[in-house]
Design a protein around this ligand. Structure first.
Ligand code: TYD
Length: 200
């Protein structure tokens, strides 16, 4: 049976590293896994990603472009793969819009609810893995990167609001999320991911 799983966290939480390992582990168990990401995942989505990560714009535009890329992603990639019985693992999905545009930028939560209702009224991830780390830890990890995008260049208070945005979303629907302490040593995180895979 197909499943839709999303990975979330503030920049520097380590989700992308764990996503690769998680997908490989599922493949070793014989599952057909599609790995994808947002913003992006389609030709148009990847073009929108380049703009979103580099071009300053007003908050509403940013939110609508995120959801525009998401609609393409859902129709072209996510739904067809799920219909074909595959597992879809996406590096970010709508929770990121609530956390970054809602929490980080302060866009009205209701507007985001409306966009979500418009773009995917009948689709939600089966499970979202949220990698939680204190903002200072995430910032230290990002400091090693040579080039930072428009979001990664934001200050610590922005990421505190992003993290709070994620926690708000989780409180609204806790059974939907696995919260993972991303500050733990890698081996500990892997153990936790293994038990999640076993439960799936
Ligand atoms: P990210 O997963 O961090 O890419 P990478 O690991 O390659 O740096 O995603 C890019 C950025 O996009 C990230 O800073 C969060 C932001 N973002 C939003 O602000 N809203 C959204 O809805 C999504 C999907 C991402």
């Amino acid at each position: 049976m197909s499943k839709f799983i999303t990975f979330e966290g503030v920049d520097g939480a380590g989700k992308s590293t764990h996503l690769v390992w998680f997908a490989d582990t599922l493949r070793q168990r014989g599952l057909d896994v599609v790995v994808t990401r947002e913003p992006g995942g389609t030709q148009l989505g990847e073009q929108l990603r380049v703009i979103l990560l580099s071009q300053p714009m007003c908050i509403g535009t940013e939110a609508m472009l995120m959801f525009a890329a998401r609609l393409e992603h859902i129709e072209q990639v996510i739904k067809p793969a799920l219909r074909a019985g595959k597992w879809v693992i996406s590096d970010r999905f709508s929770d990121a819009s609530f956390a970054y545009q809602g929490g980080g930028r302060g866009l009205d939560w209701d507007k985001l609810n409306q966009l979500e209702q418009w773009v995917h009224p009948d689709l939600q991830p089966d499970l979202t893995l949220f990698f939680d780390v204190p903002v200072e830890v995430a910032r230290q990890r990002l400091a090693h990167n040579v080039s930072l995008d428009r979001f990664e260049q934001e200050q610590a208070d922005f990421f505190e609001r992003v993290r709070a945005g994620y926690h708000k979303r989780i409180r609204q629907n806790p059974q939907h999320y696995a919260v993972i302490d991303g500050a733990q040593p890698l081996e500990k995180v892997k153990q936790q991911l293994e038990s999640i895979i076993a439960s799936l």
